[in-house]
Design a protein around this ligand. Sequence first.
Ligand SMILES: Nc1ncnc2c1ncn2[C@@H]1O[C@H](COP(=O)(O)OP(=O)(O)O)[C@@H](O)[C@H]1O
Ligand SMILES: [Mg+2]
Length: 258
Amino acid sequence: MIVISLLNRKGGAGKTTASVNLAAIFAHTYKKRVLLADIDPQANATTYLNKFISKDEISIYDVLCKDTPIKEAIIDTDIDNLKLIPANVNLDNADTQLMMLPTAKEFVLKKKLRELDGEFDYIFIDCPPARNNLTTNALTASNYTILPCEATEYGIDSIFAMTEFISNVQSDVNDNLKVAGILFTKRENTTAQRYYIEQFKTNLDSYHFFDTEIRKTTVVEKSLAEHSPLIVYGKKEEVTNDYIKVAKELEQIIKGEI
Ligand SMILES: Nc1ncnc2c1ncn2[C@@H]1O[C@H](COP(=O)(O)OP(=O)(O)O)[C@@H](O)[C@H]1O
Ligand SMILES: [Mg+2]
């Protein structure tokens, strides 16, 4: 069971798009048993997969802040082999509630995921745009993290802000955590983006950069509006192929081939 968190404190970086689409490709194309955990109070991954969970239904909030067994929070999606732990607005309170725990507040999600041992090949965690107790829990439970980001000035700043956060988690609570790589999203072939990518690579030379970059295209918004991941909405689209290539690269990273 490999756990992968999609992380960046910046909103709009492409975390949710990457987590939903990578999870869908591993499930649909590679026939892996995949779970996507939505730990963002905005519940964008849940919405993308055409689910809406009311305040009274079981969600990731109950798993993190109550005694609810994780299996009770898992629901089916329209994609074979892809299950979801949905989020809803209740999660707004989770960060504070986790902070108030007297001990082991970083390990809550990790302990809950242990209840699923052997049931999934991959677990993807779509993180909120923050460095808080929710993201610390995600990283503590993860084998890998992927950092999706745009090649902009603010994009570089946000990744720098994540590097210290990741190092702290690695040294304090999870020395198994590896950075799979930085994934450029919304890629356009402009002089500005080429400049920022060069800046990124010289300033963060200890990090892997995914060879594949995700092109910017309105196809992504359309897939979101249809609540249907790219592999189903637009199998033949170039951006779908970008994500398939990222999934292959991720497999190679996990196997130690890169
Ligand atoms: N490759 C892309 N091309 C065009 N729009 C994209 C692309 N990737 C993401 N978007 C759009 O950008 C917005 C933010 O993406 P999202 O994945 O929700 O970011 P985050 O989860 O980091 O906040 C969404 O409206 C999404 O549809
Ligand atoms: Mg998101």
